[in-house]
Write a protein that binds this ligand. Structure first.
Ligand code: ADP
Length: 402
């Protein structure tokens, strides 16, 4: 009897515990449902595109903002398709490598273009993070993506305007050099005329073939010299947008100095170069970088106007900076600038020259920055004169190798 009563009591207790557990579990489940609903509401109302996709790119989920972004009419337009049906083909490789890195556990960011379901090309920025299961295995990617087309359009517009400005400034430079260029071209042309007359005279007098050949060789060399001047100028003032190319900064400087040399001779300025031979190549626009060098060098010429001719010197040194960038230093032996003047040196429209525009250095800085580098100026370490330095990042392949 006592045994049965005890058993009953145990059973009652067990029932109470069970009932309490059921209630607790129901409450936990309700809380879970409530949390899931809240999370879903957050995702549904999130203004940015939230999407989940698998390793192969199959889209598993996308919120309404995402559907609007890719111009889908209904979730069925995108759920189950591959994300690579939306990513523009030229960005597929970059997106694939982002997916691999995120599946390896990284949180990554990427700017890329998509082609919407209505065939529009749009710029996107995505932040992607791994989604893991209870064991910590990455099962999918959670990506939050926003449309940055307007920002990209603005950047492109700015780049176009900067290019126009840079082109106008190059035309201005060549305009300023016109008299010297005419003089520079006149020399080979006069030489060609003289050698040709000499050759003609010898032919008329039936003189030796050797003399005529010698004169004609001179004609060819002088014609080549004139053609080189024209070629470098034509390249320098061309308006066409250049393709980005892997270029040697030493070559860029040499080409810029071939134009500057004309003025240097006229003003008795000695140009000294010390080029590092193992510099990283730059991914950039040759003409624009030539413009930077030419502008800084010509400013140096003007700054040394009142320096005795024997002391006018421009020194151009290239090296690899500690951060792996290609570094260019251009020093002059002019009067230099005080700290206050240095602070405002790159401000647009600030000039001390009567015919100056004050745009040269500001254009130079935006060109260097558009190449991912930076341009600065300081008092020359040699004691007098100004020292300009700019650093440019190595081209992509070399960055990967480093
Ligand atoms: P601009 O040549 O039309 O004046 P820049 O932007 O090229 O325009 O130069 C702005 C000003 O910076 C110049 O007017 C000059 O006062 C100063 N400057 C530039 N380079 C030097 C230099 N090497 N030494 C001294 N001052 C310089």
């Amino acid at each position: 009897m006592i045994y049965v009563a005890r058993l009953n009591a145990h059973l009652r207790h067990a029932k109470t515990v069970l009932e309490r557990e059921v209630v607790e579990r129901q409450a936990a489940q309700a809380l879970l449902l409530q949390n899931e609903k809240r999370l879903r509401q957050i995702i549904e109302t999130e203004p940015e595109c939230v999407k989940v996709h698998g390793r192969d790119g199959t889209i598993l989920e996308m919120n309404p903002a995402g559907l609007r972004l890719v111009e889908a009419a209904a979730p069925s337009d995108v759920i189950g398709i591959s994300v690579y049906q939306l990513v523009a083909p030229d960005y597929a490789a970059a997106y694939r490598s982002l997916t691999q890195r995120v599946f390896a556990g990284a949180v990554e960011k990427l700017e890329f273009e998509i082609i919407s379901l209505k065939d529009r090309r749009l710029w996107m920025e995505t932040h992607a993070a791994p989604l893991t299961d209870a064991h910590g295995n990455v099962t999918a990617i959670l990506a939050i993506t926003r449309n940055i087309s307007a920002q990209k359009r603005y950047e492109q517009q700015m780049r176009r305007e900067n290019r126009e400005l840079a082109h106008a400034s190059r035309l201005d430079t060549v305009g300023q050099l016109a008299t010297m260029l005419a003089h520079e071209l006149n020399q080979p042309l006069t030489a060609i005329a003289n050698y040709s007359k000499g050759a003609l005279l010898r032919l008329r007098n039936s003189e030796g073939r050797e003399e005529v050949v010698g004169a004609m060789e001179h004609v060819c060399a002088q014609a080549e010299r004139a053609a080189n001047i024209i070629r470098s100028l034509r390249g320098f003032i061309s308006r066409t947008d250049e393709e980005l190319a892997c270029i040697s900064i030493n070559d860029v400087i040499e080409r810029a100095l071939s134009i500057a040399q004309i003025e240097a001779q006229a003003q008795n300025v000695a140009i000294e170069c010390d080029f590092a031979r193992d510099l990283p190549t730059i991914l950039g626009e040759r003409t624009q970088l030539e413009q930077v060098v030419l502008n800084i060098v010509r400013n140096g010429f003007e700054a040394m106007e009142h320096v005795p001719a024997s002391g006018r010197k421009i020194k151009v040194v290239t090296s690899t900076a500690g951060n792996g960038m290609a570094r260019v230093c251009i020093d002059d032996t002019g009067p230099g600038l005080c700290t206050d003047e240095l602070d405002t040196l790159f401000t647009p429209f600030l000039t001390t020259k009567q015919a100056g525009m004050g745009m040269g250095l500001s254009i130079c800085r935006s060109i260097v920055e558009a190449h991912g580098g930076r341009l600065s100026a300081a008092q020359s370490k040699a004691g007098r004169g100004l020292s300009f330095a700019f650093e440019l990042p190595p081209s992509c392949e070399q960055r990967v190798m480093q």
